[in-house]
Design a protein around this ligand. Structure first.
Ligand SMILES: [Fe+2]
Ligand SMILES: [Fe+2]
Length: 374
């Protein structure tokens, strides 16, 4: 008895549809995915990708690949306008000549016409179209026979186009292909919108961080430029140790704000040395509840912990200490030693001496390599 390859149920030889999942069966009784089902699967997959990542390059590439698969084209691309709308730029391209077109700005031709007018173009014979220039074909050696190009529109503004070229069966693209490509154009617009919102949010947040740094420096308990120096060196160590993007972002925010608690100390008028040791807890409490700083909170709290348990505030030992905090501990100690002694060399020696007992050897190793590189 044949099996449906989608849901695995056994199907009757004579049946036209799988009784379990309802997809059509071919002549030999083996289940096959209908074009509608294939499109549904692609759209579900894209929807999942859109809600799980903000990586615009990756999303546009996925949408481009789906466009080629679903319409039966041999190549496809997504182009977006530059800021002043003077040209379209390839943000994704697939197919045989994909790498050859990527750096080419588009200022004429059918894609340009679609982008300018916000109207889809379905062309069965490219050489007969009044808008076809063949300019890109001349550079890449590709031969465009038929094509389908749809505008990508965001809030009534055309921001780019998505196109597929040369349908494999040479009949030209259908109305159904145009509908599918229009849905994919909508998903490309959502991807662009999400990426823009994330950039705006990040820019806003970076300004807030700058204000925090100014507030810390104004207490006179944090030396000028200290926060930026620690952030720069800590993230360089993180990169050297191949930390993941999210970990690096948490490390950057934690390093920039590691001494945030000094603001609270100054507010209370407390500057005694033993009371200064509460600044990691005060700082961590200040960022609690800010979503973008969730990963930074524990790093801020533990940036003065040492491997042997002699640090503060919790006397954590070894790997109990968050990795980002172990990185900041090294950079913080180095910066403090430079301030104490005025000598970079003595500061380096202090870090080397503290290796294994106070500091994570892997972090110290990466730190010394960075110092050597200058
Ligand atoms: Fe510090
Ligand atoms: Fe500190």
């Amino acid at each position: 008895m044949p099996q449906c390859h989608l849901c695995g149920s056994e199907c009757e030889h004579e049946a036209k549809y799988c009784a379990q999942c309802g997809i059509s069966l071919n002549d030999s009784g083996v289940a096959q995915v209908s074009p509608e089902w294939a499109a549904t699967e692609e759209f579900l997959d894209l929807s999942k990708a859109l809600s799980s990542t903000l990586d615009l390059h990756l999303l546009l590439r996925k949408i481009d690949d789906s466009a080629v698969r679903l319409t039966g084209g041999t190549s496809g691309s997504i182009m977006l306008f530059d800021e002043n709308k003077t040209s379209l730029h390839f943000r994704s391209s697939s197919g045989e000549k994909a790498s050859a077109v990527r750096s080419l700005p588009v200022k004429d031709g059918i894609a340009w016409w679609t982008g300018q007018n916000g109207v889809a173009a379905r062309v069965d014979n490219a050489s007969e179209s009044e808008h076809f220039t063949g300019a890109i074909d001349k550079i890449t050696g590709f031969e465009t026979e038929n094509l389908l190009c749809v505008p990508v529109t965001l809030e009534n503004d055309v921001i780019g186009v998505i196109e597929v070229l040369n349908k494999t069966d040479r009949t030209g693209f259908s109305e159904q292909d145009e509908q599918l490509l229009s849905v994919l154009a909508g998903q490309a617009a959502v991807a662009v919108k999400n990426a823009r919102l994330a950039t705006e949010q990040r820019n806003f947040f970076d300004h807030v961080i700058e204000i925090f740094v100014m507030a810390m420096e104004s207490t006179l308990l944090v030396p000028e430029e200290h926060c930026w120096k620690v952030a720069k060196m800590a993230t360089a160590i993180g990169r050297q140790l191949k930390m993941q993007e999210q970990g690096l972002q948490d490390l950057y925010y934690a390093a920039t704000l590691h001494d945030l608690g000094m603001i609270k100390l100054r507010e209370r008028g407390i500057v005694e040395k033993n009371q200064m040791e509460s600044h990691p807890i005060l700082g961590a409490n200040m960022v609690r509840g800010i979503d973008m700083l969730n990963g930074a909170e524990s790093i801020i709290r533990h940036h003065h912990e040492y491997l042997d348990g002699s640090g503060y505030p919790d006397g954590m030992v070894g790997r109990e200490i968050p990795f980002g905090a172990r990185i900041i501990a090294v950079v913080e100690a180095y910066q403090e030693a430079i301030m104490d002694t005025g000598s970079q060399l003595i500061a380096e020696i202090r870090i080397e001496e503290g290796c294994a007992r106070l500091f994570d050897a892997v972090v110290v190793d990466a730190f010394l390599k960075l110092i050597d590189l200058g």
